[in-house]
Design a protein around this ligand. Structure first.
Ligand SMILES: *Cc1c(COP(=O)(O)O)cnc(C)c1O
Length: 461
């Protein structure tokens, strides 16, 4: 029976003891990562320059469950389990018979789901003797999460922050610095790649791809002292995020309902995978039929407009090549796009599952997304991160469709983060300063001219 409650809270003892690895369920989705120079499958040697062995093993693991180390569970208890909340006021405002639930990952100390993997990565680096971590950050959510995690495990952190964000989001920078991290506006003059770009154009605004290249270069040339940490896309990251969906399954049980559709926004794919993959397991193993919906901005439509092929993970072609839906590694997002979700590619497993029809994808436009975010703020009281607002838009559209069809559809979405550091974007929206922007087809074609020539790519589509 459907519960009358609004909040569904778990005890600390309910915190999952294991992460869930989707690769065990659908082995076909494991496509090889390639060395960017040779385009041959990467060796553990290549990866061990960047990552500690434990994370490399998780990357290629086919184990269904991976034990969460006790030290990681202890740190998770700073904010986990997170609440599942029924959005009753939003339902009422929409006049929909649908039931809308959201998993509130915005309650983490840095305001998003990202600490779920940051804590794990900092821990594995610490126990394998890494002296410092390097990473990139765009909007600053990932940098803040890793800065907090590195501080927990007493490890220095260098953050390469996309220059436009560094200038437009000073408060995220201050948060990272308060945790003790060193933050640099990328492109910097600290790397060969950064210096080359600054020679060409001193006003280069930076991009996530460039910042990744710089953070990777610093780690790769540190003689093993520094390692690199990535906040999304990798299999191991998606596995760490499975705590979201595992908790949500228990909480839906408390609510006495089961979702017809589970929704998450996608940048690199980690928060979506985190909530969706445990439900996908139930589809594949226990005969459930939940639809899993990935939501992306029309300004960065990797899944809905990109090409499914091998591409470089970064602009400088230093990071591994992976098979994904991509807009091309030279992709630079439109300046009028206020939300995050600016990566050119997508987690390989999300891409493979989308290609195989296990998950669905939709692109939503900027203005409709902010409209949804404002309605959510006014009904549920939480101002969402602009990234998250994409999931909210799609959840509202599902609820309106259910209303039209007179269905009591059960909708669950992941509230991947709050928007307390994104108020400038809301200000721009309310002042009428934002526009819709659909990434043009020609630009996708142009960006794809420079794909790696992978022999294996032929005929694998
Ligand atoms: C980083 C971020 C995202 C996008 O990254 P994914 O790996 O796709 O989850 C979405 N929402 C918030 C709040 C974020 O910080």
């Amino acid at each position: 029976m459907t519960s009358k409650q609004t909040k569904f809270l778990l005890n600390e003892t309910d915190l999952p003891k294991q992460w869930y690895n989707i690769t065990a369920e659908v082995p076909e989705i494991a496509t090889p990562m390639l060395n960017p120079q040779t385009l041959e499958p990467v060796t553990p040697d290549f990866l061990s320059v960047l990552f500690p062995m434990e994370l490399i093993m998780q990357e290629v693991s086919s184990d269904r469950y991976i034990d969460i180390p006790e030290e990681v569970r202890e740190a998770y208890k700073l904010y986990r389990p997170t609440p599942l909340i029924r959005a009753r006021r939003l339902e009422k405002a929409l006049g929909t018979p649908a039931h809308i639930y959201f998993k509130h990952e915005g309650v983490s100390p840095t305001g998003s789901h990202k600490p779920n993997t940051a804590i794990a990565q900092a821990y594995y680096n610490k126990i394998s003797g890494t002296k410092a971590l390097t990473t990139e950050t765009g909007a600053g959510q990932w940098g803040s999460a890793l800065a907090m995690a590195c501080n927990i495990f007493d490890m220095p952190l260098e953050v390469y922050m996309v220059k436009v964000s560094y200038q437009q989001k000073p408060y995220r920078r201050v948060l990272m610095q308060t945790y003790g991290a060193d933050v640099y506006a990328s492109p910097t003059n600290r790397t060969n790649f950064g210096r080359a770009l600054l020679d060409e154009n001193p006003d280069n605004p930076g991009s996530l791809g460039i910042a990744i290249s710089e953070a990777v270069e610093v780690a790769a040339t540190s003689g093993g002292a520094k390692k690199y940490s990535l906040g999304s896309v990798l299999n191991s990251v998606l596995t760490h995020q499975s705590v979201i969906g595992e908790e949500a399954l228990m909480q839906m049980d408390m609510a006495g309902e089961y979702p017809d559709v589970v929704i998450g926004c996608v940048g690199g794919g980690s928060n979506f995978a985190g909530i969706a993959y445990p439900f996908l397991r139930e589809n594949l193993r226990n005969g459930k039929t939940t639809r899993l919906l990935a939501v992306e901005p029309s300004a960065t439509p990797s899944l809905t407009k990109g090409v499914y092929t091998f591409d470089f993970g970064d602009s400088a072609k230093m990071a591994p090549v992976a098979k994904m839906y991509t807009l091309g590694h030279g992709f630079v997002p439109a300046p009028i796009h206020a939300g995050g979700l600016r990566y050119h590619g997508m987690a390989p497993s999300v891409c493979a599952l989308y290609d195989a029809g296990h998950i669905e994808a939709v692109a939503v436009s900027q203005l409709a997304t902010f409209e949804a975010a404002v309605l959510f703020t006014r009904t549920e009281g939480i101002i969402p991160a602009p990234e998250t607002a994409h999931a909210i838009r799609a959840a509202i559209d599902e609820a309106l469709d259910a209303k039209e069809k007179g269905e009591e559809r059960v909708i669950v979405f992941n509230l991947s983060g709050h928007g307390h550091f994104d108020l400038a974007a809301y200000e721009a929206y309310m002042a009428g300063g934002l526009q819709d922007y659909a990434y043009p087809e020609e630009k996708v074609e142009a960006a794809l001219k420079d794909l790696p020539m992978v022999p294996m790519a032929a005929g694998t589509d």
